[in-house]
Structures are given as structure tokens and as C-alpha cells.
Design a protein around this ligand. Structure first.
Ligand code: PLP
Length: 287
């Protein structure tokens, strides 16, 4: 079945969708994005993603071509058109296509932003076998730019990080800056020791994960302690459990870091429980 996508005000088959070669995202990675998951045909944490999108746009002096209400409608219509029960909605807004290449930002009065949305059908997303197996992680140096709090489409280094992990026979990489873990290539990173969850505090060094915010709230409700602070790979290797969070993976247990198994090398009970709570609570308030 051909997917329907949304481009600049139109729903159309993916084969007919077009964006200019002068688009700033194509030439300069001058664009921001969001990924929202869909469960039971409904959007998970939509509000959080919409708020972060607005912040990313503001930080880059970009404007949104749509209101938050319109954005929700476009998401819903695409999910419906493409019959998505479980999957993802990808959204990208760029500074537009000024008709030539120039480092200087185009005049926003004359260059419209580009907006693109598409769905990814992922049956079984919530009941993922990976969550029962757990992930193997390697550590790599964090070589990204300094504004990782803005969700831009500059994803080359995270993509290279995934390839380094793949070559090493692992599932993903945690990035390390000045000796401390920042985050995963496309997720936030945590370890659990006793009843305490440790994760890096929010700053420009990491993306402010929407799933992170929800999971830390649920953890506090489940009487777990949360410490938002820097931590090292060595510390995480001595933990009882570890996990990652993202809109597409929810809560995913980590079972090995740089070849060192955590606990008995299987997904831990606390990370597994956090995944259950996250899925249960998010489904209740999905839109
Ligand atoms: N950190 C990075 C670098 C990411 O790319 C992502 C998601 O794509 C996350 C964290 C997790 O954010 P969220 O939970 O909002 O998906």
C-alpha cells in the first residue's frame, strides 16, 4: 500500500511528494523534527512533543507554518489515512527553500518554512521482543555540536554511532563527554542501583526527552529515588540494571555495557516494571 504523507498543506501519496533541492534542511541540516508514537491508533505524549517542537523552533528563530491544533489534526488524519494502530509519526519543519544556497538565513517574510509528516507502521511496537532480550551498549566519544537540547535533523554523528555499535555486535552506543555519559544515539540513558535511578541532568548537553520526563515522574510515584547527575560508564557497569528511553523504544532495558553484563545479563525487574507503567499510563491519556 502506498503511504500518504503530508507536505506543505497537502496530503498526498509518498510517490508524489516533493521538496526543493534548495531546501535548507537538505543543504544545511537547517530543520527540526519530532517523532511521536502511536498505540491503539492514538498519539502518545503529543502535547510534550508539540511543546518541545515550539521550543526547538524558537531557539533557531524559525517559525511554525501551523498551529498546535492544526498539527494535532494533521497527525490524526495521517494516522487514520494510513491505518496505523501501532507505529510512529515523523514530523519535520525546515527554514524552507529560498531558491538558492546561502549561509545567511532567508527572510522569513518571503521564504515559507517547509513542513513534512509521514507515518511508519510498526505492528508489535509495544510488545517488542527487544524489550525481553535487552540491549547491548558500547560507549563512544560524544562528537556532536553543543546544542543537543534542540532537536535538529543533524543526525550524522548519531547515525555513525549506531554503525559503530552494529560493527561491534551491539545494539546502540552511549556517548561520553569529559568522562561522563551524555545520552544514547537516539535516546536518554539511565542506570539503577538499589532503589535509585541515575540519569544526566537536563542542560544543552542532552535532548530533553519527552519519555524521560514521563518516566521520571512515574518512577517518583513508584517510590523510586531519582538522581539527576553526571555518571561514568564504570559506574553504570556496576549497576543492578540500566535502560534507555525514547518515543519509539519507550523504556528499553540494557543488559550489557562495553562487554560487561549487568546483573545476570537479562532485563532487570525495575526497568521492566517501568516499561509496563509507562505503556499503561501513556495509553490512558493518548489522544
Ligand atoms: N536523546 C536523543 C539524542 C534523541 O535523539 C532522542 C529521541 O530521538 C531522545 C534522547 C529521546 O527523546 P524522546 O523521549 O522525546 O523521544
Amino acid at each position: 500500500m502506498t503511504r500518504n504523507v503530508y507536505v506543505n498543506g497537502e496530503f498526498l501519496p509518498e510517490t508524489e511528494a516533493k521538496v526543493s533541492i534548495f531546501d535548507r534542511a537538505f543543504l544545511m541540516a537547517d530543520g527540526v523534527y519530532e517523532v511521536t508514537s502511536v498505540l491503539d491508533g492514538k498519539l502518545i505524549d503529543f502535547d510534550g512533543h508539540a511543546v518541545r517542537l515550539e521550543r526547538s523552533l524558537n531557539e533557531l528563530d524559525m517559525r511554525s507554518p501551523v498551529t498546535k491544533e492544526q498539527l494535532l489534526e494533521i497527525h490524526r488524519e495521517l494516522v487514520e489515512m494510513n491505518g496505523i494502530e501501532e507505529g510512529l509519526v515523523y514530523l519535520q519543519i525546515t527554514r524552507g527553500a529560498p531558491g538558492d544556497r546561502d549561509f545567511v538565513f532567508p527572510d522569513p517574510e518571503t521564504t515559507e518554512p517547509t513542513i513534512v509528516l509521514f507515518t511508519q507502521n510498526k505492528p508489535g511496537l509495544a510488545d517488542s521482543p527487544a524489550a525481553k532480550k535487552g540491549m547491548k551498549i558500547i560507549s563512544i566519544e560524544d562528537q556532536r555540536w553543543g546544542r543537543r537540547d534542540i532537536k535538529t535533523v543533524q543526525l550524522l554523528y548519531p547515525s555513525m554511532g549506531k554503525m559503530m555499535a552494529k560493527k561491534a555486535g551491539a545494539d546502540d552506543a552511549w556517548m561520553v563527554m569529559d568522562g561522563y555519559v551524555t545520552e544514547g544515539t537516539s535516546n536518554n540513558a539511565y542506570y539503577i542501583k538499589g532503589n535509585t535511578i541515575v540519569t544526566r541532568a537536563l542542560s544543552n548537553d542532552i535532548l530533553h526527552g519527552i519519555t524521560r520526563a514521563a518516566v521520571l515522574r512515574f518512577a517518583a510515584e513508584a517510590q523510586m529515588q531519582v538522581e539527576e547527575r553526571n555518571f561514568t560508564i564504570e559506574e553504570a557497569q556496576k549497576a543492578d540494571e540500566a535502560f534507555i528511553t525514547s518515543a519509539s523504544a519507550f523504556v528499553m532495558p540494557v543488559v550489557e555495557i562495553d562487554g560487561v553484563p549487568l546483573g545476570d545479563g537479562r532485563p532487570g525487574p525495575k526497568a521492566t516494571r517501568l516499561r509496563e507503567i509507562y505503556l499503561e499510563e501513556s495509553r490512558k491519556v493518548a489522544v
